[in-house]
Design a protein around this ligand. Structure first.
Ligand code: NI
Ligand code: MN
Length: 225
């Protein structure tokens, strides 16, 4: 399985014909080195919440690729009015797909969708446990530290993808505490340095983490496992 970081909270995952994006914020993302048109045959797009730096270029990419968007019920309804095919899920739900299994996990955050007509309700924000080839990736989405993360220990997560930038989400210290709950094999820090307000040092994060391998990916960096 190939995991490619696209900057901020965005990832590309590839495993055979499963070619997926998570939170594809590319246009307007100062860290992104890829553009929506760079992606071909995107089968699925995961959206953790309605904020622009996560919903991002979902509509454009989904339309061009006929992708299925996996997101919460409320964002699914919003995307459905834009002629996008969706698979709605909700917090705590797990579903089998042809590529593997997905569980939607809680996130403590907001999810409003900014539109020219004002803010549209985007339901509860979420994270995802994505299981492909028997390996589990946990993308936390935007979230503060929650005790609920303790429940993820039983999932035996291979790679946890956690925000460390603070202000809108967990900062470094809280992400370290989250690791104590989740106990993944490896962790990839995200959601930092995109904007001045979320500056954080992945080196400091690495120094504070013990017993778990920290994988720091530059935008466009890949991790194959
Ligand atoms: Ni957000
Ligand atoms: Mn965000």
């Amino acid at each position: 399985m190939k995991l490619k970081y696209l900057g901020h909270a965005a990832f590309y995952i590839e495993s055979g014909s499963f070619k997926a994006l998570i939170d594809p914020f590319l246009n307007g993302n100062p860290q992104a080195t890829a553009l929506p048109e760079d992606f071909k045959d995107i089968s699925h797009i995961f959206v953790t919440h309605g904020h622009g730096d996560h919903l991002g270029d979902t509509i454009q990419i989904a339309k061009k690729n006929n992708s299925i968007v996996i997101t919460n019920f409320e964002i699914s309804v919003f995307l459905g009015t834009n002629d996008i095919t969706t698979h709605p899920m909700h917090i705590g739900g797990r579903t089998n797909f042809d590529f593997g299994r997905v569980k939607m996990t809680p996130a403590l955050h907001g999810s409003g969708i900014q539109t020219p007509d004002g803010m549209v309700y985007g339901g509860n924000p979420c994270g995802f446990v994505i299981e492909v080839e028997g390996k589990k990736i946990y993308h936390a989405g935007d979230t503060g530290l929650t005790m609920d993360m303790k429940l993820l220990e039983d999932e035996n997560i291979d790679v946890a993808i956690l925000p460390i930038g603070g202000n809108f989400t967990m900062d470094i210290d809280d992400a370290v505490r989250a690791l104590g709950f989740i106990k993944p094999k490896k962790v990839i820090p995200i959601h930092y340095d995109t904007f001045p307000i979320i500056e954080a040092s992945p080196r400091e994060f690495n120094d504070k983490v013990s017993d778990i391998e920290v994988i720091v990916l530059n935008p466009d960096g890949e991790y194959i496992f």
